[in-house]
Write a protein that binds this ligand. Structure first.
Ligand code: 5AD
Ligand code: SF4
Length: 476
C-alpha cells in the first residue's frame, strides 16, 4: 500500500494536534516542577529490532519536547514506557515480568504513570491479558499511532481506568516528529513500514501491517537535514528494503533510492537493513558497487539452508538461489562481509535439513549470524503445523550450529589482520576507558587505543589481532 499524497494534509493536521498536546503537557509538567521543586522524569525501555529502537528515538523526542527529563532509574521515574517486541515468546515473557515489578514500584509511588506500546500490544491476546491482570497500566497504544503519545498522556491525567488505543492499520505516516538520536554522527531513517511477506513463522506482518514506502523526497529531505546537523552515517530501515518503492504512485527501486542518497553532499556512509533474498536484484548489487558511500556489508537472512524448510517458511527462494546471490555480491563488491539470521527447529526440520543449514554457513563464511530458536507465535501458519521439533533436539542443534559458526566468524575476522580499516569511532569501551570502539565500513567491530576526542570521526586503524567477534587495531 502506498501513502497517497492527499494524505499529506491529514499528516500535517495530525502532527499539529500533537504539537498542541505537547504544549499542554509542557505547561502541566512545569506546574508540577514548581510544586515539587524537581523536573518530571521518564524511563523508556526498548526491546526488539532497530525499527523499535528508532521508534523509541521518536517517543523520547516527544517526551523531551513535553519537558520530561530522562531518569536513570525505573523505580524513581514519574513516567515508565515500554516499547515492546513480540517476535519471540521470551521477549514477551520478559515484559510481563518487568510489568509485575512495576506494580510494586507504583505502590511505592502512586503518581507513577505506566504505558506500554509497540508490537506486543497489537495482539488481541495481549490486550486481553493486560485488561485482566495488569489493571495498573495507565496507557496502552500500538505501532500505528505511536505519534499520539502526547494526547494519550494528557488524557490519562484525567482518567483512572487504563486507556487503550490500538489501531488495526495505519491512517497516515506522520512525518517530522521530534526525535532524540543516540549520537550526533549516526542516525536511522525509516524508508518503509510494515511487511507483506508473511513468512509462515513470523508475526511482524500482523503487528506492523502492510508494506508502505515513504516518498523518496521525504527520505532525501530527512537525510539532508541530518547531514546538516553533522550526521556521517545513516541506516536506512525497512522490514524488506529490497522491495522499497514498488507500490508508490511513481515507482522507484531501492537501488535508485541508494543512488539518490549517495549524491547527498557531506554524507559519508550509507547502511541498510533488512534485505530479503527473494527481492535482491542485480540492479541493486550494481548500485551497491557503484555508490561509493554504500558500505561493503549486507545483512541477508537465510533462515534455513533446506529447500523444503524454506518452502514451508514461505520464503520464496531456494538455497541455490541464495548462494548465487552471495556469489554475485562477493564478485561485485570488494571485501564485502555478509551476516545473516538463522532459525533452528522450524516445524518439521529434520537432521538432514539442519545439515543443509550448516553447509550454507560453511560456504558463505558469515561475519556474524543472529541465531534463533524457533518460537511458536499464535496466529501464524507455522504455529499449527505438524511435527513441532522437541526442545531438546532444538537445543542440541542450536549448540552444534554455534560450534560450526563461531570458528568461521573467527576466520573471517582473522583475514582482517594486517589490513587498514576506516573506523567510525562510536564510543569509549565500557570495560576499559583507554579503548575506543567503532565499526569499519564492512561492519567489523574494532577496538583500539585512543582518546575520546576521536568519537564521531572516521579514522584509519591497522588491524593487529582477532578476538572472534571483534578485532583489535592500532591507530595509524
Ligand atoms: N521464531 C524464531 N525466530 C524468529 N524470527 C522471526 N520470527 C521468529 C520466530 N517465530 C527471526 C528471523 C528474523 C529475525 C528478525 O527474527 O530470523 O529474520
Ligand atoms: Fe517477518 Fe519475513 Fe517480513 Fe522479515 S520478511 S519481517 S521474517 S514476515
Amino acid at each position: 500500500m502506498s501513502i497517497d499524497k492527499t494524505n499529506d494534509k491529514q499528516d500535517m493536521i495530525a502532527l499539529e494536534k500533537q504539537r498542541e498536546y505537547m504544549q499542554k503537557m509542557r505547561s502541566h509538567l512545569s506546574d508540577l516542577e514548581q510544586k515539587t521543586g524537581r523536573k518530571q522524569t521518564y524511563f523508556l525501555l526498548t526491546t526488539g529490532c532497530q525499527m523499535n529502537a528508532h521508534d523509541s528515538e521518536k517517543l523520547a523526542g516527544m517526551l523531551e519536547t513535553m519537558g520530561f527529563a530522562e531518569s536513570p532509574s525505573e523505580q524513581k521515574a514519574d513516567f515508565v514506557l515500554y516499547n515492546t517486541c513480540c517476535i519471540r515468546e521470551n521477549a514477551e515473557d520478559k515484559i510481563y515480568g518487568r510489568l509485575g515489578r512495576l506494580k510494586y514500584y507504583k505502590k511505592q509511588n502512586p503518581n507513577m504513570k505506566i504505558a506500554i506500546c509497540g508490537c506486543m500490544t497489537q495482539q488481541d491476546v495481549v490486550i486481553e491479558k493486560l485488561q485482566k491482570s495488569y489493571k495498573y497500566v495507565d496507557i496502552v497504544f500500538g505501532t500505528f499511532n505511536l505519534y499520539k503519545l502526547p494526547e494519550l498522556l494528557y488524557e490519562s491525567l484525567e482518567t483512572k481506568d487504563t486507556l487503550f488505543d490500538i489501531w488495526k492499520e495505519e491512517k497516515e505516516i506522520v512525518e517530522n516528529l521530534p526525535t532524540v538520536y543516540k549520537n550526533t554522527f549516526q542516525a536511522s531513517v525509516n524508508i518503509m513500514y510494515g511487511c507483506d511477506n508473511f513468512c509462515s513463522y513470523c508475526i511482524v506482518p500482523y503487528v506492523r501491517g502492510r508494506e508502505r514506502s515513504r516518498e523518496p523526497e521525504d527520505i532525501i529531505q530527512e537525510v539532508e537535514k541530518l547531514v546538516h546537523t553533522g550526521v556521517k552515517e545513516i541506516m536506512l530501515l525497512g522490514q524488506n528494503v529490497n522491495s522499497y518503492g514498488k507500490n508508490l504512485e511513481n515507482t522507484i527501486s531501492f537501488g535508485q533510492l541508494l543512488r539518490q542518497i549517495n549524491e547527498i553532499e557531506g554524507l559519508e556512509r550509507i547502511r541498510f537493513m533488512t534485505s530479503h533474498p527473494k527481492d535482491l536484484s542485480d540492479e541493486l548489487i550494481l548500485a551497491m558497487k557503484e555508490c561509493k558511500k554504500v558500505c561493503n556489508y549486507i545483512h541477508l537472512p537465510i533462515q534455513s539452508g533446506s529447500n523444503s524448510v524454506l518452502k514451508l517458511m514461505n520464503r520464496h527462494y531456494t538455497k541455490e538461489h541464495y548462494l548465487e546471490l552471495v556469489r554475485k555480491l562477493k564478485q561485485a563488491i570488494e571485501d564485502i562481509t555478509i551476516s545473516t539470521d538463522i532459525i533452528v527447529g522450524f516445524p518439521g526440520e529434520t537432521e538432514e535439513d539442519f545439515q543443509q543449514t550448516l553447509d550454507v554457513v560453511r560456504e558463505v563464511q558469515y561475519c556474524t549470524a543472529f541465531t534463533f530458536i524457533y518460537s511458536k507465535r499464535s496466529g501464524t501458519p507455522a504455529a499449527t503445523m505438524d511435527n513441532q521439533v522437541p526442545q531438546d533436539v532444538i537445543k542440541d542443534r542450536f549448540d552444534r550450529l554455534l560450534q560450526v559458526l563461531n570458528p568461521i566468524v573467527a576466520e573471517v575476522h582473522q583475514k582482517q589482520v594486517g589490513k587498514i580499516l576506516h573506523v567510525l569511532v562510536e564510543e569509549v569501551s565500557k570495560q576499559d576507558a583507554s579503548i575506543l570502539t567503532g565499526r569499519a565500513e564492512d561492519n567489523t567491530l574494532v577496538h583500539f587505543k585512543g582518546t575520546k576526542d576521536c568519537i564521531g570521526s572516521i579514522v584509519p586503524v591497522k588491524i593487529i589481532d582477532n578476538k572472534t567477534f571483534y578485532v583489535i587495531g592500532e591507530r595509524i
